[in-house]
Design a protein around this ligand. Structure first.
Ligand SMILES: NC(=O)c1ccc[n+]([C@@H]2O[C@H](COP(=O)([O-])OP(=O)(O)OC[C@H]3O[C@@H](n4cnc5c(N)ncnc54)[C@H](O)[C@@H]3O)[C@@H](O)[C@H]2O)c1
Length: 290
């Protein structure tokens, strides 16, 4: 894309939480944004709220393609699936504008961007700019937050840097290998999962030993270099389970006793523990009422 030319045409593919908020941000920054989604409802919502100009019927004619499609298995959201993602890539290989940028924001595992680049035959530039998103505080942790960026080649990274930093004013942390960008996202969430699982383990330990977890946690966290998390309702949603599953699959050949396996097992145990405690409390309540 020539910086001095027209207003760039951007197509956001996948209009869920990440795609929709991207459209909103990019439209606010003066870009000409169209959208595409396999869900009519998602497209209609983006059109009705004015965050996109048009629904794309073809992938032809865009300067920037931003991929935000889901990457979990629709039958079991704890597991990854890249089928829909590669459908999009194959369509871009047929219809995408030569020399345009394909920015992958969906969470993907190591090696996915280069596979996509091979399918595209490097006719388009490919970069990975993984996301983190906190809808409760979109100003600090929304679209504009420090984003990791890697390109399949230097030309890809340069195009992506121009798009995110110059056009969108988003702070960027560049990594030399695109695989590092892929890994950074799934490891962030695996790390989070391990931290949560440890808090869950401590809470179970305290319950069994009749100890006050809240007081124990406060005592431990009085030190400058410790931050034990709260133990809540277990690890839910698709991000942490799916991302850590991507990491686990990568460790299978190299680190057979990954700590992430234990974290997953502890979380399962904790969910059973809170379910049991709830049932017990209900029975006691019923017995008192009777
Ligand atoms: N929501 C978050 O907080 C968050 C944070 C970081 C990363 N991510 C990642 O970003 C990606 C999108 O997440 P999300 O929360 O926006 O998901 P979402 O489920 O809210 O939205 C995904 C959208 O993609 C659409 N879609 C699926 N397959 C498609 C296809 N083949 N073609 C076109 N559209 C398709 C779905 O219809 C849906 O509207 C995922 O990979 C997710 O792991 C999400």
């Amino acid at each position: 894309m020539n910086p001095s030319s027209k207003i760039p045409k951007t197509l956001v593919i996948g209009l869920g939480q990440i795609g929709y908020n991207n459209c909103e941000y990019m439209t606010r920054h003066g870009l000409n944004v169209d959208g595409y989604d396999i869900s009519d409802e998602a497209v209609q919502h983006a059109l009705n709220t004015g965050v996109i100009k048009n629904e794309a019927t073809s992938f032809k004619g865009y300067d920037y393609y931003i991929i935000c499609v889901s990457t979990h298995n629709p039958q079991n959201m704890s597991f990854p699936s890249l089928e829909g993602f590669f459908d999009v890539i194959r369509r871009l290989a047929d219809e995408g504008n030569e020399g345009s940028l394909v920015a992958i924001e969906s969470t993907i595992t190591k090696g996915t961007s280069r596979k996509a680049n091979n399918i595209l035959n490097h006719r388009l530039h490919v970069a990975h700019v993984p996301h983190r998103f906190y809808s409760e505080d979109k100003d600090l942790h929304g679209i504009k937050q420090t984003r990791v960026l890697g390109g399949c080649g230097t030309c890809c990274a340069t195009e992506a840097l121009y798009f995110y930093l110059d056009l969108l004013n988003i702070p960027i942390h560049v990594v030399e290998d695109i695989e590092l960008a892929e890994l950074s996202k799934i490891i962030e969430n695996t790390y989070r999962m391990i931290q949560i699982a440890f808090a869950e383990e401590l809470k179970m330990f305290c319950d069994i030993q009749a100890l006050d977890f809240t007081q124990l946690r406060k005592a431990i966290n009085s030190k400058w270099n410790v931050e034990i998390l709260e133990a809540r309702s277990g690890i839910n949603g698709h991000c942490l389970p799916k991302d850590s599953q991507m990491y686990l699959r990568l460790t299978e050949q190299t680190i057979p006793f990954s700590i992430a396996y234990s974290a997953k097992a502890v979380d399962g145990q904790y969910k059973r523990h809170i379910r049991y405690n709830k049932e017990k409390a209900n029975l006691i309540e019923q017995a008192i009422e009777a």
